[in-house]
Design a protein. Structure first.
Length: 486
C-alpha cells in the first residue's frame, strides 16, 4: 500500500454507447443499446438512458428489447472504438510510462512512476486535467479513481461514475470498504458471494471481522488469505505496463443454426482469416490452432492442432482449422463457431512444406490460366468468398443499424434500419445538428459503406468547421422510427 493516492484507474463512461451518441447527434440524450442485433445477440453496452429501463451489459438482446422497446439498437463499430481508445491511451502514456490497459475503455496508471503526482493534491489535479483532456480530444467522458492500490482505485472509479473523480485518502480504506458488498472485491463472483452469504457474510466488514482462519476454512488457503487481505484494504499488485497476450481468437453466433456442411466450412475459413488479421495486427504468430463448435443442443466441442513452429500464414491457419472441423460431428446444426491461435510468439517460423506446395500449385494454375490465377498486389487482401447467397438477388446488399454510409448527393450518414428492399439513412455527423432521414433502395448505387468519422472534427482550410451541418440537416425529420420502431 502506498502512502499517497498515486495509482489512477480510468473507466470511460458507457464507452460504446457514448461513442455512438457523440457520432450521431439525433441520439444524444436518448436510450442507445449496442450489441448483436440478431435473436441470439447480447448487449455490449447500454447508455445511461437505457440503463434506467434495466438494460445492462451481457443481457440477451431480446430481453433488452422488451425492457426498452423504443431505444436505438445499433451494431458495434469496433474500428471507431479502437481509434478513440488509442487517443485515450496516448493521453495516459503522457502521464506515465506505466500504463496497464485492461480493455479498450479501461486502464491503470502509475502516476508516481511518471512524476505526475506525489501526494493527494497533485494526484487530484492530474486526474481532473486528464478528464478535461479526454473530453477535449474525444468528446467523451471518463470516470477517474485515485488511491494507493489498484483495487481501491478501481472501486473509486466505480463510485465516481458517471463523469466524476473520487480520491481515496490512504488510511481511510477500512472505513470505506466496511459497508460495501463482498461482491465489490476482486475474485468474489456469484458463487463465492452466495457461499459467503450462507455463512452470514454479506459486507466487507463481515469478512474482516470473521478473520483469516475462518475465510481459509470456507474458501481454501489461497483464496481465503487473499480475500482477508483485500477486506483490510491491502493490495500490493503493481501497475504492469505490458500485458502479454496468451491467445487470439474470433467467434460468431448465428441467428439460425447452420446445417449445411459446406456453409459451416466456409464460415470456419472466414473466421480463420479474421483471426490471422488480429494476430498480425498484434505483431504475433502462434503454434496451436483451436476450433470451437457449439452445437444445436448447446454442447461445446473444442479441437486443437499444434504446428511445428509459429505461423501467421492465413492459408496454414485456414487449412488447420478445416482439418479440425473434419473431426467434429455437426449433425443437428451449429449455433456458434470460433477459431483461435495460442502459443503466441513474436516471430514466424514458416511451414516451408506448405509454402512450397502452395507456390507449386500457384505456378501450375498460372500456367494453365494466367488471368484467373493472378494474385492480388502486395498489401491488398484477397476478397473472401461470401458466407451465403444474398437473400434478395445477386446485387442485394445488407445494411446494419448504426452502419456508416456516404451518399453521392447527401454526404455522410448512418443506417437507422432496413428491410423489404429499403434502407433508411439519417444524414448527420459528429458536431452537426440532428440530420434529415431519407429512404433508398438497398441496391442504390449512390449509397456506399463508409469509414467512421472522427468524433471531434477539425476545421479544414476553406471548409466547414466542427459545427458545420451536413446536407439536408436543417429540415431534420421528426418522429421517424429508429431501427426498432421507436
Amino acid at each position: 500500500m502506498r502512502s499517497a493516492p498515486t495509482i489512477l484507474h480510468l473507466d470511460m463512461d458507457a464507452f460504446y454507447a457514448a461513442a455512438e451518441q457523440a457520432a450521431k447527434p439525433s441520439l444524444r440524450g436518448k436510450a442507445v443499446v449496442v450489441g448483436g442485433l440478431g435473436p441470439r445477440g447480447v448487449v455490449a453496452t447500454a447508455s445511461y438512458e437505457a440503463r434506467r429501463f434495466g438494460v445492462h451489459s451481457a443481457m440477451p438482446m431480446a430481453q433488452a428489447r422488451r425492457l426498452a422497446p423504443n431505444a436505438a439498437y445499433l451494431v458495434p463499430r469496433f474500428s471507431l472504438y479502437r481509434s478513440v481508445s488509442e487517443q485515450v491511451m496516448e493521453l495516459l502514456r503522457q502521464l506515465s510510462p506505466l500504463v496497464e490497459p485492461l480493455s479498450l475503455d479501461e486502464a491503470f496508471v502509475d502516476l508516481e512512476a511518471g512524476g505526475a503526482a506525489h501526494d493527494s493534491v497533485s494526484a487530484r489535479a492530474t486526474g481532473e486535467r486528464l478528464r478535461a483532456d479526454i473530453r477535449a480530444v474525444t468528446g467523451l467522458t471518463g470516470s477517474v479513481g485515485l488511491a494507493g492500490s489498484k483495487m481501491l482505485a478501481k472501486i473509486a472509479s466505480e463510485q465516481a461514475k458517471p463523469d466524476g473523480l473520487v480520491l481515496i485518502e490512504p488510511g481511510t480504506e477500512r472505513e470505506l470498504l466496511g459497508p460495501l458488498s463482498v461482491r465489490t472485491l476482486p475474485g468474489v463472483g456469484p458463487a463465492t458471494g452466495e457461499h459467503l452469504r450462507r455463512a452470514g457474510m454479506t459486507t466487507v466488514a463481515d469478512l474482516a471481522e470473521a478473520g483469516e482462519d475462518e475465510l481459509v476454512r470456507l474458501l481454501g488457503r489461497a483464496h481465503g488469505a487473499a480475500l482477508f487481505r483485500m477486506a483490510l484494504g491491502h493490495d500490493d499488485r503493481p501497475v504492469v505496463a505490458e500485458r502479454d497476450a496468451k491467445s487470439v481468437s474470433v467467434e460468431d453466433t448465428f441467428d439460425v443454426d447452420l446445417h449445411d456442411r459446406v456453409r459451416v466450412r466456409i464460415e470456419v475459413e472466414r473466421l480463420a482469416e479474421r483471426c490471422v488479421q488480429r494476430l498480425r495486427a498484434g505483431g504475433h504468430s502462434g503454434r496451436t490452432i483451436v476450433l470451437k463448435v457449439r452445437r444445436y443442443d448447446f454442447s461445446t466441442l473444442t479441437r486443437s492442432e499444434t504446428l511445428r513452429g509459429p505461423t501467421d500464414d492465413p492459408a496454414v491457419v485456414r487449412e488447420a482449422a478445416g482439418r479440425l472441423l473434419e473431426s467434429v460431428d455437426t449433425t443437428g446444426g451449429v449455433r456458434l463457431l470460433g477459431v483461435g491461435v495460442t502459443g503466441l510468439a513474436d516471430y514466424t517460423q514458416e511451414d516451408l512444406f506448405a509454402q512450397a506446395a502452395a507456390e507449386e500449385a500457384a505456378a501450375a494454375s498460372s500456367a494453365a490460366s494466367p488471368v484467373e490465377a493472378a494474385e492480388p498486389p502486395e498489401g491488398v487482401e484477397r476478397e473472401a468468398a461470401p458466407a451465403a447467397p444474398a437473400p434478395e438477388g445477386p446485387t442485394a446488399r445488407h445494411w446494419s443499424a448504426g452502419q456508416d454510409v456516404r451518399h453521392a448527393v447527401y454526404g455522410a450518414g448512418w443506417v437507422q434500419g432496413s428491410g423489404v428492399g429499403r434502407v433508411t439513412v439519417r444524414f448527420e455527423q459528429p458536431g452537426s445538428a440532428p440530420g434529415r432521414v431519407r429512404t433508398f433502395r438497398v441496391d442504390d448505387e449512390d449509397l456506399q459503406p463508409s469509414d467512421p468519422l472522427p468524433l471531434v472534427p477539425t476545421a479544414s482550410p476553406g471548409g466547414a468547421g466542427p459545427g458545420a451541418e451536413p446536407p439536408g440537416s436543417r429540415d431534420a425529420a421528426r418522429g421517424h422510427p429508429y431501427e426498432t420502431g421507436a
